[in-house]
Design a protein around this ligand. Structure first.
Ligand SMILES: Cc1cc2nc3c(=O)[nH]c(=O)nc-3n(C[C@H](O)[C@H](O)[C@H](O)COP(=O)(O)OP(=O)(O)OC[C@H]3O[C@@H](n4cnc5c(N)ncnc54)[C@H](O)[C@@H]3O)c2cc1C
Ligand code: SF4
Length: 611
C-alpha cells in the first residue's frame, strides 16, 4: 500500500482527489515516522527523555504509550482488509436463512469479535472523516469513534455511539450498500482498501442484542400531542421512534398485514431475518408506539384521510414509492407469466411467513409455492428472466433459485460497469460505480455455472403460445422473450435479435412515484418532474407538504432510495414536526407534561387516540 501511495504522490497533482491523495501520503509518512518513533526500542529512551524534559519544564517524562497505541497508528498500513464473507453460495442457496454467518460461533473466522476489533483498528481517525459526511453515511454514524471503541474492545460504548445516530443498525448493517466505505479515505488511492465499516457496525449491534443492551426505553414524560404516521417502512418507523422518544403519542397505520414496509415485504429473508424486524417492532410497542395494520389510509374501505388528520396534531406520510416502472408498450406484455418484481417478492415472502410463523424456514425450498391469496406465484421448474438489475433484481434471482427455477437470466439494459472506479467520471468520495457480484449473482453462478447477467440487452417482445383465448391470440402462455443487444444510448444493434426461453418474466426496473390514491385523499401537491410528494428539502418548510400539519418523508418524498436514507428522512421529519409544535407554542410547560404523563400512564395498553 505504501508503494501505491508513493506513486500517487509523485504523479503530477491534477484533480482535488489527486491533491488529497498527496496530502494523505504526506500524512501517512508523518504517521509512519511518528509511529516508528513510538515503537522505537529503548535505546532511544535517553533522547526521548531529554526531549520530554525540555518540553515539560523538567518534570518527570510521561509514561510510554501502551503497545496498542503504537500498533494502532500503523494498523492501516500493516493489516489487510478482511471483510466477513457471506456463507458459501452452495450452502446458503439451500435455505432461507441469512446469507451472513452468525456471530463468533460459526465457521467464519472473519466474523469473530477479535478479527472485527483488529479490522476496526485500521481506521485512520481522519481529520475529515468523509465516511460520515453526506457522501458517506447518510445518517452520519460516528464511524471513527465506534471503530476506535470496537478496536479497544469497548463494545458497549461502541453500541452507545452507534445508537446515538442510527435507530436500526441491525437493518443497515445487513442491507446497506455502505456508501461510507466508498468514501473512506483508506480507499482513496486505487489498490488500497477501505475499512470494513459495515462489518464493524454489525459486530457492535449483534453483540448489543445478545448482551441485552438493547432495551425498551419509554419516554419519561409525555407532551400529550398526537402524531399519526402513515406507512411503516424504515422512514415511518424511524419517525415513529424519534417522535415517541420526544414524548409525543404516536400511532402508525400500515396497509399490509405486518409492519416493516420493504423491510418486511421486499427485502427477502436471506438478507434480513424477519425476526430482527419483529424484535424491533416489539420494542417500539413496549415504548408506547401504536401500530394499526391492515389499515390502508385514503383507499376504499380504509381509514379516512381527513378524519385521521382531524384526530391528530400532525400527520407524517411515509408510504414509499410503490408504482413500478413497466414495459407496457412492449408486444405481448399483457397476459400470464409477466409480473412485477414486488408482486413476486411479496407473495413469496408472505408464503414463507405463512409456512413459518417465525418468518424463516431454514432448509425449506419452494415454500413460497404455498397458496397466498390471488394468483400463486412460484419460480419452481420455470425458465425465469429477471428484467432489470439493482437490489430488486438480485432479490428476484436469489428467491427464484431457492424455489428451484429451471434457468435464470438477468437482463440489464446498461453496459457492464468497469472493474475499477473511473477516477475522472466517478471520483472518490462518490459511490464507486463498478462491476460487483452480489449474493444472487454468485448463487446463480454456483447453481448454473455462470453469472446470470447479460448487459446491454433489451426486450423486444414477450412471445406467447398461440390460442390463449385473448384477442389476436396475445394472451397465450408465455414461452420466450425476444431480446436484442443495445448500445450505450440504448439503441438496438442490428442483427443481434434472438429468443430466450421464458415461463416467468419479472419486471425489476425500479419505481416511479407513490400511488395517487393517498396523495389525492390528502389533496397533496406533487413535484412536476417526479410526481413525488412535494415537501422542500431545506429551510423552515423542510418536510412540510402543502397541507397544514401534514409532513412527508422517505421514498414517497425523495424517490426510490435506500433504507439508510429512509432512516435519515424519518429522523429529520420528526425534528421538523417537533419544531412545528414549538413554533406554534403547542408544547406545554414541564410541570404540565409531568401531570399529563402520569394521567396517560393509565392509557397504556389502550389507545392514546380518541376514536
Ligand atoms: C426488492 C427491494 C429490495 C431492496 N433492497 C435494498 C437493500 O438491500 N438495501 C437498501 O438500502 N435498500 C433496499 N431497497 C430500497 C429500500 O427498501 C427503500 O428505499 C426503503 O424501504 C424506503 O423506505 P420507506 O419507509 O420510504 O418506504 P417503504 O419501505 O416502501 O414503506 C412504505 C410503507 O407504506 C405502506 N403504505 C403505502 N400506502 C399506504 C396507505 N395508503 N396506507 C397505509 N400504509 C400504506 C406500504 O404498505 C409500506 O409498508 C430495496 C427495495 C426493494 C423494492
Ligand atoms: S448505515 Fe450504511 S453508510 Fe452508514 S455506517 Fe452503516 S453501512 Fe455505512
Amino acid at each position: 500500500m505504501l508503494q501505491t501511495m508513493s506513486c500517487a504522490a509523485r504523479a503530477p497533482g491534477r484533480s482535488a482527489a489527486g491533491r488529497l491523495a498527496s496530502a494523505i501520503v504526506q500524512r501517512t509518512q508523518r504517521r509512519h515516522a511518528a509511529s516508528s518513533a513510538l515503537s522505537a526500542p529503548s535505546t532511544s529512551s535517553s533522547s526521548s527523555s531529554s526531549s520530554s524534559s525540555s518540553s515539560n519544564g523538567g518534570q518527570s517524562p510521561p509514561p510510554p504509550p501502551p503497545a496498542a497505541a503504537s500498533s494502532r497508528a500503523r494498523a492501516f498500513l500493516e493489516i489487510e482488509r478482511k471483510s466477513t464473507a457471506y456463507r458459501p453460495a452452495s450452502d446458503r442457496v439451500q435455505d432461507w436463512g441469512e446469507i451472513f454467518p452468525a456471530g463468533d460461533s460459526t465457521q467464519q473466522p472473519e466474523a469473530t469479535a477479535a478479527v472485527r476489533a483488529e479490522q476496526a483498528s485500521r481506521c485512520m481517525d481522519c481529520g475529515t472523516p468523509f465516511c460520515q459526511t453526506h457522501t458517506g453515511c447518510p445518517i452520519h454514524n460516528l464511524i471513527p469513534e465506534f471503530n476506535s471503541l470496537a478496536a479497544d474492545g469497548e463494545w458497549k460504548r461502541a453500541w452507545e455511539s452507534l445508537r446515538s445516530t442510527n435507530n436500526f443498525p441491525e437493518f443497515t448493517s445487513r442491507v446497506c450498500p455502505a456508501p461510507c466505505e466508498g468514501a473512506c479515505v483508506a480507499g482513496l488511492v486505487p489498490g488500497d482498501e477501505p475499512i470494513t465499516i459495515k462489518n464493524t457496525e454489525q459486530a457492535i449491534v449483534d453483540r448489543a442484542w445478545e448482551e441485552g443492551w438493547v432495551r425498551a426505553n419509554p419516554p419519561k414524560t409525555r407532551t400529550g400531542l398526537r402524531v399519526v404516521v402513515i406507512g411503516s417502512g424504515p422512514a415511518g418507523l424511524a419517525a415513529a421512534d424519534e417522535l415517541n422518544q420526544m414524548g409525543h403519542l404516536v400511532r402508525v397505520h400500515e396497509r399490509e398485514d405486518t409492519v416493516g414496509g420493504l423491510l418486511q415485504y421486499g427485502i427477502p429473508n436471506m438478507k434480513l431475518d424477519k425476526r430482527r424486524l419483529a424484535q424491533r417492532v416489539s420494542l417500539l410497542e413496549q415504548e408506547g408506539v401504536e401500530f394499526h395494520t391492515n389499515s390502508a389510509v385514503g383507499e376504499p374501505g380504509g381509514a379516512d384521510a381527513h378524519a385521521l388528520r382531524a384526530s391528530a396534531d400532525a400527520v407524517v406520510i411515509a408510504v414509499g414509492s410503490t408504482v413500478p416502472r413497466d414495459l407496457e408498450a412492449t408486444a405481448g406484455r399483457e397476459g400470464p407469466g409477466v409480473h412485477f418484481a414486488m408482486e413476486y417478492l411479496t407473495k413469496s415472502q408472505k408464503a414463507l411467513r405463512q409456512a413459518s410463523k417465525e418468518g424463516v424456514a431454514r432448509g425449506g425450498r419452494g415454500l413460497a409455492s404455498s397458496a397466498w391469496g390471488g394468483e400463486d406465484l412460484d419460480a419452481g421448474g420455470k425458465h425465469v428472466v429477471v428484467i432489470g438489475g439493482g437490489d430488486t433484481g438480485t432479490d428476484c434471482i436469489g428467491t427464484s433459485l431457492r424455489q428451484d427455477c429451471k434457468s435464470m437470466l438477468n437482463l440489464e439494459i446498461v453496459q457492464r460497469p468497469p472493474d475499477e472506479r473511473d477516477a475522472a467520471a466517478n471520483p472518490w468520495p462518490a459511490w464507486p460505480r463498478i462491476f460487483r457480484v452480489d449474493y444472487g449473482h454468485a448463487e446463480a453462478a454456483h447453481v448454473f455455472g455462470a453469472d446470470p447477467r447479460e448487459f446491454g440487452a433489451s426486450v423486444l417482445e414477450f412471445v406467447r403460445e398461440e390460442g390463449g383465448g385473448g384477442e389476436g391470440g396475445g394472451q397465450g402462455k408465455l414461452k420466450a422473450l425476444k431480446i436484442v443487444s443495445v448500445d450505450e444510448g440504448f439503441e438496438p444493434i442490428e442483427g443481434t435479435e434472438r429468443e430466450v426461453p421464458c415461463d416467468l418474466a419479472l419486471l425489476a426496473m425500479g419505481f416511479v412515484h407513490p400511488e395517487r390514491q393517498l396523495v389525492d385523499a390528502f389533496s397533496l401537491e406533487t413535484t412536476r418532474q417526479t410526481d413525488n410528494i412535494d415537501a422542500p428539502y431545506d429551510g423552515a418548510g423542510a418536510y412540510k407538504t402543502n397541507v397544514d400539519g401534514v409532513f412527508a418523508a422517505g421514498d414517497c418524498r425523495r424517490g426510490q432510495s435506500l433504507v439508510v436514507w429512509a432512516i435519515n428522512e424519518g429522523r429529520n421529519v420528526a425534528t421538523a414536526v417537533h419544531q412545528s409544535f414549538k413554533d406554534r407554542n403547542m408544547l406545554r410547560s414541564k410541570g404540565d407534561t409531568q401531570k399529563m404523563s402520569s394521567s396517560l400512564e393509565t392509557w397504556m395498553g389502550g389507545s392514546f387516540f380518541s376514536p
